[in-house]
Design a protein around this ligand. Structure first.
Ligand SMILES: *Cc1c(COP(=O)(O)O)cnc(C)c1O
Length: 427
């Protein structure tokens, strides 16, 4: 029987861990069924508790861009571990990775390391507020910036321009400082600036959204945000936790040629270890403690094991001139061939893709914001997901997530994936 041991492990986990998981999406609530418990991963493949092998299109939600357990990253971690894995003091390694990033990413002078993307975004917002002396922020529906209170906000009703808490435990007081706009809807952004003149500290955006499925910025949306932020002395924050070092070494700033005031990182930057970071120009970053007054700290920030994994991963990417063309080409092939197969089956769909990030929406129309992503046929996605899973293809367990193509996914894996999709039966 499929997933037999996973099923037993999930029952046991639920006794001791809320919902049996340490992060909600892993519970398969959206697609139904039992979450698959993995026990090892190597290259393009993961092996579950029942010894079933899968081609992995999640790659730890992005970090495993080289594929799993890359031998050089593994060796670097092992070597570092022998020297010590947490000092709580500065290390040379932290400057090494900071220098590599600052010198190769446009428009940033300094970078501060933290331990997760959540922490990075939360800290960037505090810094933006401290630097501008303003309280309000604008975020976009469907964008995810981690689980800190300011971001767990949904649209207000009726005439209200401020947000409402999207989770119990988030106070109305916090919610009133987060304003929401539709992704790709610049008129809404203009309205919010008009109604809150001189009060908006920052606009934060996923420059390519990946947390409502993959949704691309349209009609110079990012450029327009840059302009309106400049006009209002508001900081523009690119949340590049997903796109950073994935779309290009310089992330979305490089791809779209739009400068952000602050940039947040996570996922790829840690090479599979818990790392986040935020970065910006000197004048803004100097406002951070200990130099400036905006407080931010972390016992395990810049942790040597994590820095070593991140640095080795980034160096491998940077020293391979064909890296991005290759993963983008693999994703392009999947995009094109999956489209052909679904067309031949007369299954309405839209594939959104930027570089090695992509999503298949079962929808007749284009998907350019959260409302449109929600209109897609999610029960058909769930069916698709389960048929692929049973045949050894591991997709993100929700129609609102992005597939991440790693460098380990090559012709053989693509062929196998397409072969399974050809057998997909619409039901
Ligand atoms: C994953 C993600 C985060 C949160 O990062 P964590 O490490 O899970 O806290 C924030 N922003 C974006 C765009 C993400 O994709």
């Amino acid at each position: 029987m499929l997933y037999q041991r996973s099923s037993a492990l999930f029952d046991e986990a639920q006794k001791y861990i809320p919902g049996g998981v340490n992060s909600p999406v892993r519970a398969f609530k959206s697609v139904g069924g039992v979450p698959v418990f993995m026990k090892s991963a190597k290259g393009a493949y993961m092996t579950d508790a029942d010894d079933k092998v899968y081609i992995d299109y999640i790659n730890s939600w992005g970090p495993a861009i080289l594929g799993h357990t890359h031998p050089e990253v593994l060796a670097a971690i092992q070597k570092q571990a022998e020297k010590g894995f947490s000092f709580g003091t500065p290390t040379e390694l932290e400057t090494e990775i900071a220098k590599l990033i600052v010198e190769n990413v446009p428009n940033i002078d300094q970078i501060r390391m933290v331990s997760s993307g959540t922490e990075a975004c939360m800290s960037a917002i505090r810094l933006a507020r401290g630097y501008t002396g303003r309280d309000k922020i604008i975020k976009f529906e469907g964008c995810y910036h981690g689980h800190s209170d300011s971001f767990l906000i949904k649209a207000g009703s009726g005439a209200a321009t401020f947000g409402n808490p999207n989770s119990p435990g988030v106070t109305a007081g916090t919610a009133k400082d987060t304003l929401l706009a539709r992704y790709n809807d610049f008129e809404q952004v203009e309205d919010l600036f008009r109604l809150n003149q001189g009060e908006i500290a920052a606009v934060i955006i996923e420059p390519v959204a990946g947390n409502m499925g993959c949704v691309l910025p349209e009609n110079n949306f990012l450029q327009k945000l840059r302009t309106i932020c400049d006009e209002n002395k508001t900081l523009l924050i690119f949340d590049e936790v997903m796109t950073g070092f994935r779309l290009a070494f310089g992330g979305a700033q490089e791809i779209f040629n739009v400068k952000a005031d602050l940039v947040t990182y996570g996922k790829v930057i840690g090479g599979g270890m818990p790392v986040g970071a935020f970065a910006g120009r000197n004048e803004i970053m100097d406002a951070l403690a200990p130099k400036g007054a905006v407080y931010q700290a972390g016992t395990l920030s810049g942790n040597p094991l994590a820095m070593r994994a991140g640095l080795t991963t980034l160096e491998l990417i940077k020293n391979d001139p064909d890296f991005y063309p290759r993963i983008n080409k693999a994703a392009e092939t999947l995009d094109f061939e999956i489209g052909k197969i679904l067309n031949s089956k007369n299954i309405p769909h839209r594939i959104n893709r930027k570089g090695s990030m992509m999503s298949v929406f079962f929808h007749v129309n284009s998907v350019s914001n959260f409302d449109e992503a929600a209109m897609a046929n999610h029960s058909l996605f769930n069916n698709f997901f389960h048929q692929l899973l049973a045949n050894g293809i591991y997709l993100p367990p929700s129609g609102y997530e992005t597939w991440f193509i790693s460098n380990a996914i090559q012709e053989k894996e693509i062929d196998k994936t397409l072969e399974v999709i050809r057998k997909f039966e619409y039901s």
